[in-house]
Design a protein around this ligand. Structure first.
Ligand code: NAD
Length: 420
């Protein structure tokens, strides 16, 4: 393998391990396998940002296209202190498999800026976002690469990116980002799509394993766009959401938390901690709580060989990207824990992003009920495909999902042929 030191990072190495295992089972031709191990292009930019106190801070930003074989690239933009080229590249690769698995006409991309958005003002965030957009502008566009929100970014970030892009074009281009505010051509249901899609995947996982979700205890790590929505929808279905956490720690009540009360508490205090009628716990304790369903929906690398043995859930539904390491996967499989993998469980976001993109290209917008029912259809179909693949070939759902996703990309390469 070529050596670019950033590619030695653990997230990238883990993504390569997954690809290699699937490639072996698929008996991928060497040329295609080798090409899939590298991003098509990766851009590193510096993002000088005037701060409110008069200093200028230079942040490092990235945008990576993993491959473009099935269409323009698609993937989120992450603002987090740990963002680096290796992680962004790994996440771009995961996006390729995810889009292919879901049957979307996209390749995978990812981007991000290494910064701590919680410590920045809105004005600083806007200046940084606009400069970052200007730096990566050669790589984005409605038929080239379409960013979306991820960890630490939201609708407002997408509005700034769209506006910056629009200024260089002299016209409004809604299709350049998804996850925009409704007013600017966003889609109904996009904000909730990842959490909602996860719940649809979970319905299927429960059905296929004879688990009655209504009496199930659910634990959710991360109470943001993904975890917060999933927790609310599952609570509304009657599940007992017994534990929830954010970056500062978690709360627990064995009889179930009142998620409406929790949402009001978070709105007021900015964190789940200190909720009346609940015990405080650490994130580590949260992951090990007795429950039927565990939803890691925060950051990567949370379930590892150090704690997988103590996970007590029957189903782990991965809201976050890459929350489980390959070593932990093997331990969970040995304990008969069903892992619904990230590229399936959290695909609802990119599915509704696709709906938003299509609506933006046509300037014709659909009803929310239409979007949710199409989302449910795609999530259910993808789950069933993955389940059948796992039954047919043996092995876990992650391997099955990767095999289906990678196979589709590889077939695209084969049909297109090799450009010398
Ligand atoms: P978000 O910023 O809205 O929320 C993240 C939540 O995780 C917050 O509650 C935060 O406090 C918490 N958190 C951060 N670091 C933590 C830590 N070390 N331990 C515990 N909690 C921590 O982000 P989001 O959009 O909900 O994304 C969460 C995960 O889901 C990410 O891995 C992201 O890549 C993945 N994802 C998001 C989408 C989407 O549409 N937003 C789609 C697919 C996958």
């Amino acid at each position: 393998m070529n050596s670019i030191s950033e590619f030695d990072s653990p997230p990238y190495q883990r993504a390569i391990q997954q690809l290699d295992r699937a490639a072996e089972r698929l008996k991928l031709p060497q040329a295609i396998h080798e090409r899939l191990r590298y991003p098509r292009r990766a851009m590193v930019v510096s993002v000088p940002t005037p701060m409110d106190d008069g200093r200028t801070e230079v942040f490092l930003g990235y945008r990576v296209h993993h491959n473009t074989v099935l269409g323009p690239t698609k993937g989120g933009i992450r603002y987090h202190p740990d963002v680096n080229l290796g992680e962004v590249t790994a996440l771009a690769m995961l996006m390729s498999w995810k889009c292919a698995l879901m049957g979307l006409p996209y390749g995978g991309a990812k981007g991000g800026v290494a910064c701590d958005p919680a410590r920045m003002s809105q004005r600083e965030l806007e200046r940084m976002t606009r400069r970052y957009t200007a730096e990566i502008i050669l790589l984005i566009g409605p038929d080239l690469d379409i960013p979306a929100p991820d960890l630490g970014t939201d609708e407002q970030t997408m509005a700034w990116i769209m506006d910056t892009y629009a200024m260089t074009q002299g016209r409004t281009v809604p299709g350049v980002v998804t996850g925009k505010p409704l007013l600017l051509g966003g889609s109904f249901g996009r904000r909730e799509a990842t959490g909602r899609g996860l719940v649809y995947a979970l319905y299927q996982a429960a059905k296929h394993t004879n688990l009655d979700l209504r009496s199930a205890r659910v634990v959710v790590q991360g109470f943001g766009n993904v975890g917060g929505v999933a927790a609310r929808l599952l609570w509304r279905e009657g599940c007992h959401v017994v534990g929830v956490s954010d970056a500062k720690g978690g709360v627990f009540n064995e009889h179930g938390l009142d998620i409406r009360q929790l949402l009001a508490h978070v709105k007021e205090t900015g964190t789940v901690g200190g909720l009346a009628g609940a015990d405080s716990i650490t994130n580590q304790e949260l992951l090990e709580l007795p429950c039927e369903v565990l939803i890691p929906a925060a950051v990567g690398g949370q379930i590892t060989d150090q704690n997988a043995d103590r996970i007590r859930a029957r189903i782990v539904a991965e809201g976050a990207n890459a929350p489980t390491t390959p070593e932990a996967d093997r331990i969970l499989e040995g304990k008969n824990v069903l892992v619904v993998p990230d590229i399936l469980a959290n695909a609802g976001g990119v599915v509704v992003s696709y709906f938003e993109w299509v609506q933006g290209l046509q300037f014709y917008f659909w009803r929310e009920s239409e979007i949710n029912s199409r989302l449910q259809e795609l999530m259910t179909r993808a789950f069933k495909n993955v389940w059948s693949q796992a039954q047919r070939a043996g092995g876990d759902l992650r391997t099955a999902a990767l095999i289906l996703g990678i196979k589709r990309v590889a077939e695209g390469f084969e049909v297109r042929g090799f450009y010398p």
